[in-house]
Design a protein around this ligand. Structure first.
Ligand SMILES: C[S@@+](CC[C@H](N)C(=O)[O-])C[C@H]1O[C@@H](n2cnc3c(N)ncnc32)[C@H](O)[C@@H]1O
Length: 357
């Protein structure tokens, strides 16, 4: 009888490292294969795939098996000489940009390819599924002054607008993103929203005495050059008793380990090339989750303990981690629901907090 191996993070890391070193070599010879294999691995790291549902929902077993199979597929490219070598240089972007504009230049092409149904309807459903299940109250938005910091395409700014705030501003550090948000605003005939290019590191000096009842910042401060200052600026522009809804990346497990390492691979392949390969695979345009991680210049991972230590320093009225969601791809929910292997795979998942100042 074959003895079942005990799930271990160490084991997954060592298997991933072997896979990773083959993929690094493939970026020089067969970059299209590097993209294909990495995409296949990355999608398996999530608790669910809405586009290609997993057959095996034993997450540890699935990731372990994928790593074995994908490593053997990658190795095949070196076993004969007839696989072609294709140049990717023509996709290299030579624009020299600031960190904020570089981050924006990664996101803007991903968002401008969103289909309209996703940008208007699906993202609203995601927003409300996540937050209404966590005791978040519509009253916090209705007729209130609201800001969406690091709004990107504006998908969640449009969701907030459903609740008719008194005023609503979407802010992003990248002009490319603001252009995408404004184009969607025009298409959807959204009124009452202003989009503005501004770094979130400069919020307090820009708004001076102006403060908001509700501030959303979804997936932003971990991409900035100063995580703590970014958060502090958000706190500064929130009214006393006002609310902050914040989402940041977690840390730990094979998910966050591999996420960091994968970035080394994509330093060698231009984003435009990667997007073309993914689109040839038939990947829907809104499925950008892999590409952003592979290309953003900065991505900080934070443990629950680290973030709560920061939160405690502020003497907030309250803060609460949001752990209930109907979104099957949310790591925090998966990590919590799969007590035994959750930590090995997703560490502490993703961090979503509702804070009352
Ligand atoms: C992961 S995206 C999230 C976008 C949006 N909140 C959403 O959930 O769709 C991160 C966004 O943060 C913006 N960003 C990064 N650094 C920033 C900064 N220092 N100030 C303002 N925005 C920034 C990027 O341009 C990008 O649009």
């Amino acid at each position: 009888m074959i003895k079942k191996k005990k799930p271990e993070l160490k084991l997954l890391i060592s298997k991933y490292n072997k896979f990773h070193s083959l993929i690094i070599k493939l970026t020089n010879t067969n970059p299209f294969a590097a993209v294909y294999l990495m995409h296949e691995f990355s999608r398996n790291l999530y608790p669910a795939d809405p586009y290609l549902p997993f057959k095996n929902n034993n997450h540890y077993q699935r990731i372990d098996l994928e790593l074995t199979q994908l490593t053997s597929m990658a190795a095949k490219f070196f076993s004969r000489e007839s696989y072609g070598r294709y140049k990717t240089n023509k996709f290299i972007n030579s624009r020299k940009l600031s960190i904020e504009e570089t981050t924006g230049s990664v996101y803007a092409p991903l968002w401008s390819s969103f289909n309209l149904n996703y940008a208007s309807k699906v993202s609203k459903k995601i927003f409300f599924d996540r937050f209404l299940n966590n005791g978040f109250s519509k009253k916090d938005i209705i007729n209130k002054s609201v800001a969406d910091i690091g709004c990107g395409s504006g998908r969640y700014t449009f969701a907030l607008n459903v609740l008719k705030p008194k005023e609503l501003i979407g802010i992003d550090g990248s002009i490319d993103c603001i252009k995408v948000a404004n184009a969607f605003k025009k298409k959807f005939k959204e009124k009452n929203i202003k989009f503005k290019k501004l770094s979130n590191l400069r919020l307090a000096s820009f708004f001076k005495k102006k403060k908001f009842d509700f501030v959303l910042s979804n997936g932003v401060i971990h991409h900035t050059s100063d995580f703590k200052k970014s958060f502090d600026q958000i706190v500064k522009i929130t009214k006393k008793n006002g609310k902050i809804l914040i989402y940041i990346y977690g840390a730990g497990g094979i998910f966050w380990y591999a996420r960091k390492k994968m970035r080394e691979v994509f330093k060698k392949i231009p984003q435009e090339f990667t997007m073309k390969v993914l689109s040839m695979l038939g990947m829907p345009s809104e499925r950008f989750v892999f590409v952003d991680n592979w290309y953003v210049p900065l991505e900080k991972h934070t443990t629950t303990e680290e973030f709560e230590k920061i939160l405690r320093k502020y003497n907030f009225k309250s803060f609460k981690r949001l752990l209930k969601s109907k979104i099957k791809t949310d790591l925090d929910v998966a990590a919590n629901d799969n007590k035994k292997i959750g930590k090995i795979i997703w560490g502490n998942g993703e961090l979503r907090y509702l804070i009352t100042k």
